[in-house]
Write a protein that binds this ligand. Sequence first.
Ligand SMILES: Cc1cc2nc3c(=O)[nH]c(=O)nc-3n(C[C@H](O)[C@H](O)[C@H](O)COP(=O)(O)OP(=O)(O)OC[C@H]3O[C@@H](n4cnc5c(N)ncnc54)[C@H](O)[C@@H]3O)c2cc1C
Length: 528
Amino acid sequence: MSEADVIVVGAGHNSLVAAAYLAVAGYRVKVLEGRERPGGDTCTEELTLPGVLHDSCSSAHNLIQSNPLIRDNELRLDAYGLEYLFPEPAYVFTLPDGESITMHRDVERTAAEIARHSPRDAAAYRELLADWEKLRPLQARERGQAPLPPEELDALWRSGPLGVEALRLRAASALQVIEERFEHPHVRAFMAWTAMLTLEPVDRPFTGLLAFSLVAGRQQHSWTTPRGGSFALPAALIRRIEAHGGEVECGAWVERILVEGGRAAGVVTRDGRTFRARVGVLSSQHVTQLPGALGEHLDDGSRRALSRWRAGLTMFVSHYALAEAPRYRTHGGDTLAVAMGVLDSIDALHAQLAAFRRGRVHTDRPYLLCVASTVVDRTRAPQGMHTLKVIGIQPYDLAEGPQRWDEIKDEVSEALLETYLSRTVNLTRRHILAKHVESPLDLERRNPNNFRGSCHGGDVSPDQSGWLRPAAGWAGYRTPVPGLYLTGACTHPGGSVSGMPGRNAARAMLADLGVAWDEVLARAAARA
Ligand SMILES: Cc1cc2nc3c(=O)[nH]c(=O)nc-3n(C[C@H](O)[C@H](O)[C@H](O)COP(=O)(O)OP(=O)(O)OC[C@H]3O[C@@H](n4cnc5c(N)ncnc54)[C@H](O)[C@@H]3O)c2cc1C
């Protein structure tokens, strides 16, 4: 179909979430994806060997567990093939002296791991989780709707049981919170590693709540793993969209948004095709594309604001096909785990971040996040084979320019692998059957929404979040062009597999169309 009620640009999970709610509400949706396959950064591919399925980007679907979409099963995605696994242990955290901390699904078992290092820190851990129970409903309200103006946001956080202390915790850096509450260097490193999982620099003001939310989220939902691969989420959403007469078309790169009579009326693709929208356009294009896509329909102030957009921390990713499952060196012997963390100390973290900010490659005592999904999901590889993803933090911009990555990425990958192997009890290079490396530059090549290698839409700094995301006057999923709506990681509350920008954008659009949200949910429940 070249005409639909709503044209949706991009088939990442956020725009698919929005499209699914719109389809359930009775609108005919057409999703146009520029690449040859849908899913964006929620994709699963044979990157190394035939039959070995790697999550090329995201693996852990943790943040989406607290989205009503999954928490309340609003779209019944289980009936469309989506199943989540909640591994035990959630992950292990290893240290160079052979010590470790394992996060178990059971809080008391995790606390016992921490108590081996410091009984006082074990008590602080329980207290942190208890404090988060008081803060969590406030965060759910902040994230689960269009961003609030600053004064309303402050009032929301002050209204909770911690009162004004909640404002202080929000404004602090996560490292400050960790150093205030925990004493042992190993425990501090464990907490800081976890607080960095969404790749926000934890030494920066306004990251304080990450010290609570990411730790408590893992404690509650483990290392949530979609059976079959990260693509299981977009696959289920596409089935739901198609069940309501919607369509997803790949290989359709949207170059221009049509504006007629002052309203968004459709899009034009790179190959010259026009797709008309009777009701509106919902786009997950990266915000840096919008000036080009809207041309003269964008005012100068908006053009300037959108072009100021900054990328955030960037990842360096090595994928391996292994001949054996990794077993990690932990206090209690060797352990099989879906995920393993490396961060030697808070000093090592400062060194990693300092190198990043100077545009330098850093492989000495690195921050590493290592995921072997096949340990809990045997559907992803032939018998006896396993997948491994080793993620580090490296800058996109090198002194010699980003193109330099093509020359040095193998060397950098080898150096990080050395650290990784030293934390396993059983793996050597002989167990590696094949590998595939993606530098920050490659991540941008695979998906232009990984702007300058940034994999969470872009920095979630105070000037690029909430009421100011993606830009002043553009928050709330609506744009200055009537009928044009935005979603995706560049919109509130930002990146990760949370589905929140998608659900919130659908709510904003449907509210403007006069459709009651309760009715949409009732329709979704009635037709699973
Ligand atoms: C290596 C890596 C590991 C990660 N690990 C995790 C993890 O474990 N857990 C987690 O929660 N998050 C993780 N993330 C982050 C997370 O994957 C992303 O933040 C999230 O998937 C973004 O989803 P999205 O729907 O907003 O956009 P995207 O997934 O980026 O999708 C946007 C889509 O729009 C398409 N598009 C863009 N412009 C156009 C256009 N003009 N025309 C047509 N199509 C267009 C793109 O091709 C793309 O398919 C990771 C990211 C990376 C790169």
